[in-house]
Write a protein that binds this ligand. Structure first.
Ligand code: PMP
Length: 428
């Protein structure tokens, strides 16, 4: 496949946009080559500017759970746009999507909509600090919660890809309030809490990590974190920006049967439009302005186009009782197929999967945290990535990202992908 026009477009973009992209991981820096410029997408496929068709395993980094240009979402947005695109005033639609989200997700009474996952996590932490009247938070190395200052400390995703986990521009003052723990290491969390007693407002965690590849929580880990939070007056924040409305109707809380105190959403909840949200029990949410003292706001928050898209998406997920089972089955089928061909071709690898989140790590040992994720062989990943691209299969251009499976994928698409992986793994 040729990617000539994409290369030209990238060269033009580089002149006026830093690195040619509006979000770093898109730039192909860790895999080399130039990014693919997409023209349009439908269902499971991307169509790029060179006329190539690619099977998409990123799906806008998660939200296109029902496929690209999903008809109910497109229709909802088109109809709404005709009626005005932003008011900065309340609309009935906001209450409708809020009520729907509250009915789908366990353990939340109220939800507030923002414009991105970053904003959702940033606001959740501020709320937790205001509520507990404490300053410090614990985050886990390799977990990514957006690019607000307190999270850019050993973050996953792009921050990990570029080897700059601690970003310049984050002040020492901010960094000192963020304590770092090892994912899946309960004793580490316990000792941080002991060393900072009565100072920790919140523990924020990806309940299934997706920003160091897919890393499932080990048995008892989140249960233990939940207990430690309850015993120490710490709020547990589940960052469900990836897992929300994907792993189950009620997200990871439902799947794992663990209650968080605050839950953050993004991606799926906006049906592909810029939306995030955070939610909690009433006593916590009532701490927010205008009811309470914790300030949080947004001109475009609850934007009618975004809410229309999100509502159409959530309604589809809510009404389709078999969707999460189908996603599980399709991803399990892919997992079995990948195992088969990688084994047959003597590739050294580990696959992690939870529901429709899956990743292939090029290392034989179990991937359970940031350190073990970082052991993966990046040269092999680069070859794997570019090989698949030549076959018409698009996975994330970084070894530290999860693949997101969409229901729009057919079993033929999955077989095509497994065959492509077979072909490519002979060249690794
Ligand atoms: N939290 C998690 C778990 C994420 O994966 C991401 C984005 N990949 C974010 C927060 C930040 O979301 P956004 O990019 O919409 O700001």
């Amino acid at each position: 496949m040729l990617y000539q026009r994409s290369s030209q477009l990238f060269a033009e973009a580089e002149k006026v946009i830093p690195g040619g992209v509006n979000s770093p991981v898109r730039a192909f820096k860790s895999v080399g080559g130039t990014p693919i410029f997409v023209k349009q997408a439908k269902g499971a496929y991307l169509y790029d500017e060179d006329g190539n068709r690619l099977i998409d395993y990123i799906n806008s980094w998660g939200p296109m759970i029902l496929g690209h240009a999903y008809e109910p979402v497109v229709q909802a947005v088109t109809e709404k746009a005709k009626l005005g695109t932003s008011f900065g005033m309340p609309t009935e639609l906001e209450t409708q999507i809020a009520a729907l989200a509250v009915s789908m997700v366990p353990n939340i009474d109220k939800i507030r909509f923002v414009n991105s996952g970053t904003e959702a996590c940033m606001s959740a932490v501020r709320l937790a600090r205001g509520f507990t009247k404490r300053d410090k938070i614990i985050k886990f190395a390799g977990c990514y919660h957006g690019h607000s200052d307190s999270f850019l400390i050993q973050a996953g995703s792009g921050a990990m890809t570029f080897g700059t986990p601690n970003s310049p521009g984050v002040t020492a003052g901010t960094a000192k309030d963020t304590l770092l723990a090892k994912y899946n290491d309960l004793e580490n969390v316990r000792s941080l809490i002991e060393a900072n007693s009565n100072e920790i407002a919140a523990i924020i965690v990806e309940p299934v990590a997706g920003n160091m590849g897919c890393v499932p929580p080990s048995k008892g880990f989140l249960e233990g974190v939940r207990q430690l939070c309850s015993e120490n007056g710490i709020l547990l924040i589940f960052d469900e920006v990836m897992t929300g409305f994907r792993l189950a109707r009620g997200g990871a809380q439902e799947l794992l049967n663990i209650n968080a105190d605050i839950v953050c959403f993004g991606k799926v909840i906006g049906g592909g439009l810029p939306v995030g949200a955070f939610a909690a029990r009433e006593e916590i949410m009532n701490y927010l302005a205008p009811l309470g003292p914790v300030y949080q706001a947004g001109t475009l928050s609850g934007n009618p186009l975004a809410m229309a898209a999100g509502k159409a998406m959530l309604e589809s997920l809510n009404n389709d009782t078999a969707i999460f089972q189908r996603l599980e089955e399709k991803t399990a089928y892919l997992e079995v197929g990948i195992h088969k061909v990688l084994q047959a071709n003597n590739v050294v690898y580990t696959i992690n999967r939870v529901g429709s989140m899956i990743s292939v790590h090029f290392d034989a040992s179990p991937v359970v945290d940031f350190q073990t994720a970082a052991k993966g062989d990046n040269d092999t990943f680069k070859k794997f990535f570019h090989g698949l691209l030549q076959e018409g299969v698009y996975i994330a251009p970084s070894a530290y990202e999860t693949w997101f499976i969409t229901d729009a994928l057919s079993y033929e698409d999955l077989d095509f992908t497994i065959n492509a992986i077979d072909k490519v793994s002979k060249t690794l």
